[in-house]
Design a protein around this ligand. Structure first.
Ligand code: ADP
Ligand code: DP6
Ligand code: CO
Length: 369
């Protein structure tokens, strides 16, 4: 009796130009394009196993060992429906001997090796891993062992359309390196997908340091927070129309030219505008806390002094929908930044994470690259 099972991992991505707002809440179509850096596989990631079996009486999902409710017509079901359609059209309808996996229920188990729903983009790695694991289960993965594309293969951009139905930010985790999610304009959403701007190897000296300020689940989920912003913030309209389009062009150019100063300026400005838009929401949303704001002050001061002395910036901070900081910096500055952060925020004895270097980079920086 054959066992149909596949396991894949997907890394977290951290946006430099933030996605915040949907024009279509069912298809998860954004109000603006966004751009992110996918962290390397060996740090923050989701690992997902999916199984299909004709004996399964329902489709079930376990997250970090605990069974989750699957909402009818919800995110998992929407992703699964698309993947089943691909399986049926590309494989089962063409090869009548192929097992009819698209007609069976599945069991999915996923683990995050970092805090879930704490503003560290678990929905991004989570739905990217879920999509790629079911795609592998259904034999839709991109490459055959000989590494040439199979006729049934789904490209990463095609899979990004599926992952987007699970969580918007997830579409960007289908690619490594520097990734844009093009907002698109079609009501069907078929042009709202992720594309790679540059691979990880393009800028191997760029690192991301993850500072876990609080690993608790956030009070306002990204989904509900951004919806409230769309409904109440006038500043969001200015951001969508006047700010983001220019920033997208400028940051893509900066990445292509490995221009850290411009990359850092845009990244910090966009994080700050995203949190301003959250504050402009009624009732307001506060994702950052006092420690987050101290990290901003430290990095701003470091950059001010460096600009005076060298004419260049040292680091860029960015915060997602939570208090945890991500600091982008060049390899040559990693040690200095870790020492600075640890000087202001000494690690408690009871640190639940085994190795502080994992949090702040260190010997093996928690980098993009
Ligand atoms: P985050 O900032 O961590 O992305 P969100 O509020 O956007 O927080 O999303 C958190 C939700 O994403 C979780 O409550 C869960 O429903 C979903 N999620 C997180 N990790 C996974 C995973 N590995 N597999 C499937 N769904 C996941
Ligand atoms: C602040 O992708 O988590 O991290 O599409 O509703 O699941 P849903 O929201 P989600 O929002 C991410 C918001 C952000 C910015 C970003 O990643 O671009
Ligand atoms: Co999320």
């Amino acid at each position: 009796m054959a066992i149909y099972q596949a396991t894949t991992s997907a890394p977290v991505n951290i946006a430099c130009i933030k996605y915040w707002g949907k024009r279509d809440t069912t298809l998860i179509l954004p109000t603006n394009s966004s751009l992110s850096v996918t962290l390397s596989q060996d740090h923050l990631r989701s690992t997902t196993t999916s199984q299909a079996d004709p004996s399964f009486t329902e489709t079930r999902l376990w997250l970090n060992g605990k069974e989750e409710d699957i909402k009818s017509g919800g995110r998992l079901e929407r992703c699964l429906k698309e993947l089943k359609k691909m399986r049926k059209e590309r494989i089962e309808d063409k090869d009548h001997n192929a097992p009819k996996l698209s007609e069976w229920n599945i069991h999915v188990a996923s683990y995050n090796n970092f805090p879930t729903a704490a503003g560290l983009a678990s929905s991004a790695s989570g739905f990217a891993a879920l999509t790629s694991s079911i795609a592998a289960l259904y034999d839709l993965n991109n490459f055959s062992p000989s590494s040439s594309a199979k006729p049934s293969a789904a490209s990463p951009s095609e899979l990004s359309l599926v992952a987007r139905l699970g969580s918007g930010s997830a579409c960007r985790s289908l690619f490594g390196g520097f990734v844009a999610w093009e907002a698109g304009s079609l009501p069907s959403g078929t042009d709202s997908l992720a594309v790679q701007v540059a691979p990880q190897e393009h800028w191997p000296t760029l690192h991301a340091l993850i500072c876990v300020v609080n690993d608790a689940k956030k009070g306002t989920s990204s989904t509900s927070g951004m919806q409230r912003t769309v409904e109440t913030s006038a500043l969001l309209q200015h951001r969508i129309k006047e700010v983001v389009p220019q920033r997208m062009d400028a940051i893509i150019k900066a990445i292509k030219e490995k221009d850290f100063d411009t990359f850092a300026k845009i990244t910090t400005a966009d994080s700050n505008q995203f949190h301003a838009v959250a504050l402009d929401t009624a009732p307001p949303i506060f994702y950052m806390n006092d420690v987050s704001r101290s990290i901003i002050s430290i990095i701003e001061e470091l950059n001010r002094v460096s600009l005076l002395n060298t004419g260049h910036l040292v680091a860029a901070y960015t915060f997602d929908a939570g208090p945890n900081a991500v600091i982008y910096t060049e390899e040559k500055n990693v040690k200095q930044i870790i020492e600075l952060v640890l000087r202001y925020f000494p690690q408690a004895e009871s640190n639940p994470f085994p190795d502080p270097f994992q949090l702040f980079g260190g010997k093996q920086p928690a980098g993009t690259t």
